[in-house]
Design a protein around this ligand. Structure first.
Ligand SMILES: [Zn+2]
Length: 468
């Protein structure tokens, strides 16, 4: 740990806690110790947090009081993660429709902060969190997962994410606390062709030890630096989340930044949920803060090793509790243990969206992860997007590289049609279009697959309401 990091750890960060009335550093100290506990001891803590959350939800959150009463349940009915199955799943639609009813009457409204996340097809989800959840729990989780990548608080870091204040600037005005933490924020929405040179120069100037962003965003910057022959400082901790990391993306990030990226799982509404340690294999689930269930399309649990819908209970947001929240992601729990020795259980690094499925006219569904599209594209192409517009129509948009081989549209159309027709056992039309850039969604992501078909993959979200 550098001298400055030691100063941040011992004096500055505890000083922030004192001024803000938060407990980030003591929470971080706890997580640093408890990550090495045996798994059952960590799970005991988790169950204790669950019981406290359920009691609070019943006493103070009208939505949950109603759900419990309708089902004849009391807080005592939910003692362990397995008992959660008695409660309904919380969909994004539920949160939109019952936003007020989901807020706790024990937390003054002016102490809740609104956040939002943009959906794949543009729908926006607004949610609320307490200061403690964000600054004590989520920040401590973030600092812990940062340590897993070999970086400590106070080392130069760059975060290229959605910013709360949307403007035209690439970097929003830094606050004093960010300067002291050596954090540089870049608005992900500014990561466009015309700003890439300025962002690349910023990277050269700051020489961050760690960078956090979506894979598609970092690849755009990395490809620009590679093609422009700009020297890039080695970044030992490149952390990606929010999108699937493709093989091609991993390759270019490793080549340009000089280290294999670390994969994390999280979201705007939950913050860091799981992350890779130095072993860079499975993602350690932050078990003291979350319960993750993996279920099939009827909401029945599936065994470790089988992919399914993720349901997440966030254990420390008392302002607007999310119990069995379905973020719309598909993931897989693992039963093996990590050789690092941490007691935190593992999930697979491969997480994709419930909408990332191609559908055939006969009703068959194929995960976009199972369509080997990248080998058909020239090596120099790093941005593309496949859109299923209807059951038999696909649009592939490709951004031609600034240097290197340009894609041959006729060839691509033929090969991609053959691939999709084989996989979907049908007769689909594929249009290939060269574009200047792939449009970002509301969160600043450039997704490699989008389906415009109605999402019918989670019948449990609409079918089970009101059942005991
Ligand atoms: Zn590990």
């Amino acid at each position: 740990m550098s001298t400055y990091s030691a100063v941040v750890r011992r004096f500055l960060a505890p000083g922030f806690d004192l001024v803000r009335g938060t407990g980030t550093m003591s929470r971080l100290g706890h997580l640093e110790r408890s990550q090495w506990w045996p798994r059952d001891r960590i799970e005991d803590q988790q169950a204790t947090h669950l019981r406290a959350l359920v009691q609070h939800a019943y006493d103070h959150v009208p939505y949950y009081r109603r759900v419990f009463d309708e089902r004849g349940l009391s807080p005592d009915s939910i003692q362990t993660p397995e008992d959660l199955r008695r409660l309904p799943v919380l969909s994004k639609d539920d949160i939109r429709r019952h936003s007020n009813e989901l807020m706790s009457d024990a937390v003054p409204r002016d102490q809740l902060r609104a956040g939002w996340s943009g959906g794949t097809t543009g729908e926006r989800l607004t949610f609320y969190s307490t200061r403690q959840e964000r600054l004590t729990y989520a920040y401590a989780r973030w600092a812990l997962t940062l340590e897993w990548t070999g970086v400590h608080l106070g080392e130069a870091h760059m975060s290229i994410r959605q910013q709360r204040t949307v403007g035209t600037a690439i970097t929003p005005p830094p606050r004093l606390s960010h300067r002291l933490q050596r954090l540089t924020r870049v608005d992900v929405m500014s990561v466009r062709q015309e700003n890439l040179e300025a962002i690349a120069r910023l990277l050269q100037q700051i020489r961050p030890r760690t960078v956090h962003s979506y894979p598609s965003t970092l690849v755009l910057i990395a490809a620009f630096m590679r093609h422009g022959g700009l020297s890039c400082p080695r970044i030992p901790s490149v952390c990606v989340a929010g999108e699937r990391l493709s093989e091609r993306q991993e390759h270019i990030l490793t080549e340009v930044f000089g280290s294999v990226p670390f994969i994390r799982y999280g979201s705007n509404e939950l913050h860091e949920v799981a992350g890779q340690c130095e072993v860079r294999d499975g993602l350690h689930i932050l078990t003291e803060d979350f319960i993750i269930e993996v279920v099939d399309s009827e909401a029945n649990p599936v065994p470790p090793g089988t992919p399914g819908h993720l349901l997440i209970t966030s254990l420390h947001n008392y302002g607007q509790p999310f119990i069995r929240y379905a973020p719309g992601d598909i993931g897989t729990l693992r039963s093996d243990v990590c050789p690092c020795g941490r007691g935190l259980p593992l999930m697979s690094p491969l997480v994709w969206r419930t909408r990332e499925y191609l559908r055939s006219a006969s009703g068959e569904r194929v995960a976009a992860t199972d369509i080997p599209l990248e080998p058909l594209l020239p090596d120099s192409v790093v941005q593309y997007q496949l859109v299923q517009e209807s059951l038999d129509r696909f649009l592939l948009t490709v951004v031609p590289p600034t240097s290197g081989q340009s894609p041959d549209c006729m060839y691509l159309q033929q090969r991609v049609s053959d691939l999709l027709n084989t996989r979907l056992r049908g007769n689909v039309q594929v249009e290939v279009r060269l574009v200047k850039e792939i449009e970002m969604n509301l969160s600043g992501k450039r997704l490699s697959f989008i389906s415009h078909l109605e999402d019918q993959q989670m019948p449990f979200l609409t079918g089970q309401r009101g059942k005991p």
